[in-house]
Design a protein around this ligand. Structure first.
Ligand code: ATP
Ligand code: MG
Ligand code: FE
Length: 363
């Protein structure tokens, strides 16, 4: 089974080609990634400190054809060898999604092969479910053994727009336990970065500053609330409170009572200390929710972790200490990419065929 997959839900234009082997029961046993092309639009959006939907859509349109051809060339695959096209159907920016979906649909129609629609948030978890490791430089065009996971498993997906805690009875039976009530975790990293005058996307820059604070021993100057105030819900997340608390600290430190905060009046030491305290609070909240789920569901064997924020090394360090099988998505498959869309398409095609997504009717 060879699938070409397309991702265009936000600010990455990505195309991958993957090949999979299945056993007699339909379980995926081996996966070969033949092409993994990701083009980020970070530079286009950086001046605005966040993604501009219209810019994103136009950028996808300008790039998608060439990236698809590059993927086919690198994979040494002809169109006629493809068995299916997979595409992110949502959630995401509608203009950005339309570019990918309509391109994918045209390709599938012209080749007379099925179109598999994929939910982007589900797809973030697919690399943790299926792949032991993957680095785009070295692990292209080799057969990867699939992951052996003990169920039930707890899954934490922490990305720029979502924060999901789910319980998996099997690779395909997923129930969502908790979500973010307001901002997602990655979004909070990006917004706090903006307040500190850092570049977009802010997560990696916060991580660097936090590390510098740690090396200097500046870890106690500030502390931010890590638990959501609503005590009844043990699984939901909330990040807008931490963001506001960071803003208040910066106003106090700089004496700027009104107007925009750009971080330019803060010393580098203050920025480092604030970044450290914010990162710690952000990760502690995730840890706290996971701890609750583990207490309530002692039968859980495995913890799966995915999404852009899961690249953060402090986050990985803290979660690695949990006394369970902890599986992180490979770092290069944490942020948006099309390989995860292809992997999720494999899981979808196993379960309930093609074109079952609620948005399908709009295309
Ligand atoms: P969604 O998948 O919810 O639609 P998205 O696709 O924009 O959102 P991802 O690509 O999974 O999200 O992740 C991007 C997010 O991850 C950004 O918010 C970014 O700041 C954050 N991020 C990336 N690297 C790090 C890091 N090292 N530490 C913390 N956050 C990080
Ligand atoms: Mg992005
Ligand atoms: Fe994403």
């Amino acid at each position: 089974l060879t699938i070409l997959s397309i991702e265009s839900s936000c600010d990455e234009t990505a195309v991958s080609i993957i090949k999979a082997l299945k056993d007699d029961q339909g379980n995926i046993t081996k996966i070969n990634i033949l092409a993994h092309e990701v083009e980020s639009q970070n530079e286009s959006h950086a001046p605005f400190g966040g993604v501009v939907p219209e810019v994103a859509a136009r950028d996808h349109l300008a790039k998608i054809y060439d990236i698809t051809n590059t993927a086919l060339t690198k994979a040494k695959i002809k169109n006629s060898e493809l068995n299916a096209i997979a595409v992110t159907m949502g959630p995401g920016l509608i203009g950005a999604l339309m570019v990918g979906v309509l391109f994918a649909r045209g390709l599938a129609l012209s080749l007379q092969i099925p179109l598999i629609s994929v939910n982007h948030v589900d797809a973030h978890l697919a690399p943790a479910l299926l792949l032991k490791k993957f680095t785009p430089k070295n692990d292209i065009n080799i057969w990867h053994e699939t992951q052996k996971i003990s169920f039930p498993a707890l899954a934490l997906t922490v990305s720029g727009g979502h924060c999901h805690l789910s319980l998996l009875k099997s690779i395909q039976e997923k129930t969502i336990l908790g979500k973010s009530l307001d901002d997602a975790c990655g979004e909070a990293f990006d917004k706090v970065a903006k307040l500190l005058g850092l570049n977009y996307p802010g997560g990696p820059f916060i991580e660097v500053l936090a590390k510098e604070a740690e090396l200097k021993g500046n870890t106690n100057e500030f502390s931010f609330p890590s638990k959501p105030s609503n005590k009844e819900n043990r699984y939901n997340f909330s990040y807008s409170g931490i963001k506001t608390a960071v803003m208040e600290v910066i106003r106090k430190e700089t004496g700027i009572k009104k107007g925009k905060i750009t971080g330019k009046d803060l010393s580098i030491e203050k920025k480092q200390s604030i970044a450290y305290a914010f990162q710690q609070a952000a990760i502690n909240q995730l840890y706290d929710r996971v701890e609750n789920a583990l207490k309530d569901n002692p039968e859980i064997q495995t913890i799966l972790i995915a999404g852009g924020v899961a690249q953060n090394l402090k986050f990985r360090e803290i979660f690695s200490s949990i006394n369970k099988q902890v599986i992180f998505a490979p770092p290069s498959l944490c942020s948006d990419n099309a390989t995860m869309i292809g992997l999720q398409a494999l899981l979808n095609s196993n379960q309930n065929g093609f074109n079952d997504h609620p948005y399908a009717k709009y295309f």
